[in-house]
Design a protein around this ligand. Structure first.
Ligand SMILES: NC(=O)c1ccc[n+]([C@@H]2O[C@H](COP(=O)([O-])OP(=O)(O)OC[C@H]3O[C@@H](n4cnc5c(N)ncnc54)[C@H](O)[C@@H]3O)[C@@H](O)[C@H]2O)c1
Ligand SMILES: O[C@H]1[C@H](O)[C@@H](O)[C@H](O)[C@@H](O)[C@H]1O
Length: 341
């Protein structure tokens, strides 16, 4: 391996361009070696000022570009399956943005493909596991001081949804974060989903069922509720409160600096995830680079990505049928039993 890990970034949109900046200027030990995006102008803009980057419109050409030793997938969810399988075929380590693969059949194909390789190559981009608040909550729940967790109350609000965002994507794109966070925080699998919703907000695009209230049951007897509201208009807010037998703990209320002037007191509210989770993304990508350079794979696994896809798909069926839908996971391959949670 060369001094700096050569990374091919697939997709140079909002997230891809931010990861390109991060690889170039924030994390140590890596460099952007190639970029693939069917929108060549967007890719060129994302790498402007960075030397030695091969820009391609085809994924395979970027993966085969000189100096590419690892892949960061930041294309839209439906393109991830093909990209993951192409990376596996080349034995390249991967950081794949969430959702790993939105549909469960495709997610199972990826799970089976990596299990067939017999070694893990992939970290899934569930960056909340790298957020300071979530890590403190996880440590507190794990040390047992608060007793058995009974409920998680979660809030996930975006200022506005991007064009083309569907009612199903509130679950498989947005709530996928809470699905992973709940599995990780509790160390439990989610077993059933119910979705209720109020009359859609007047601020939501025509036809979008926004907000939604999603309720998960777990195999440890806990309940997890998520208010997801992706066109709230007023701020990017992500909160999680754990209610346990001997206490509760809540994260996501940090206000930063409180400014009082002329009879009012207030603080800035982040307007998007790139601001709210900047430290988490930085730590996530640094952890991936560090592990990859040592020949290791750490963090959320393909099993976690697969489980999130199955749970989200059950949630979409629950939304569409207005019924409680059970989650059916395939058997967990041995490759993922050691440190899946
Ligand atoms: N972790 C997070 O908090 C977070 C935040 C935002 C987005 N995401 C995820 O990142 C991914 C990208 O989202 P985004 O908001 O950047 O989308 P985007 O639409 O802004 O950008 C996607 C880019 O991928 C390109 N593209 C399309 N098909 C491609 C293909 N087959 N190969 C390579 N590039 C292709 C598009 O031209 C576009 O430039 C999604 O999986 C999304 O869920 C994660
Ligand atoms: O793709 C984005 C991203 O995952 C954000 O973290 C989330 O807040 C949005 O709701 C989702 O659409």
């Amino acid at each position: 391996m060369s001094d700096l890990l050569g990374v091919a970034v697939l997709g140079a949109g909002h997230m891809g361009a931010d990861h390109i900046r991060r690889l170039d200027r924030v994390v140590s030990g890596a460099r952007v070696a190639a970029v693939a995006d069917p929108d060549a102008a967007r890719a060129k803009e994302a790498v402007a000022g960075i030397e030695g980057v091969a820009v391609h419109t085809e994924v395979e050409a970027a993966l085969d570009a000189p100096g590419v030793e690892a892949v960061l997938i930041a294309s839209p969810g439906p393109a991830h399956q093909e990209a993951l399988l192409a990376a596996f075929a080349r034995g390249l380590p991967v950081l794949c943005e969430k959702p790993m693969v939105p549909d469960s059949a495709g997610a199972l194909r990826v799970l089976e493909a990596e299990a067939r390789l017999g070694r893990r190559l992939t970290q899934i981009g569930f960056m909340r596991r790298y957020d300071a608040g979530y890590r403190r909550l996880k440590a507190l729940l794990d040390d047992g001081r608060l007793g058995r967790p009974l409920m998680l109350h979660c809030v996930h609000r975006n200022v506005s949804s991007p064009p083309g965002f569907t009612s199903a994507m509130l679950i498989d794109s947005s709530v996928s974060h809470e699905i992973d966070a709940a599995r990780w925080l509790l160390g439990q699998e989610l077993t059933a989903v119910t979705v209720r919703r109020p009359r859609p907000s007047a601020g939501a695009p025509q036809g979008l069922l926004d907000p939604q209230f999603v309720l998960f049951e777990t195999d440890g007897g806990a309940l997890v509720d998520v208010e997801v509201f992706v066109n709230c208009g007023f701020g990017y807010q992500v909160r999680c409160e754990a209610v346990c037998e001997a206490g509760s703990a809540r994260i996501g209320d940090d206000q930063g600096m409180l400014v009082t002037t002329r009879g009012t007191a207030g603080a800035d509210v982040p307007q998007d995830y790139l601001v709210r989770f900047v430290d988490a993304y930085d730590r996530e990508v640094q952890a991936w680079v560090d592990a990859t350079r040592r020949g290791l794979v750490t963090g959320p696994t393909v099993w976690d990505g697969y489980a999130a896809s199955v749970v989200a798909e059950a949630g979409i069926r629950a939304l569409e049928s207005d019924t409680r839908v059970a989650v059916e996971l395939a058997p967990r391959p041995g490759l993922y039993t050691a440190d899946g949670h």
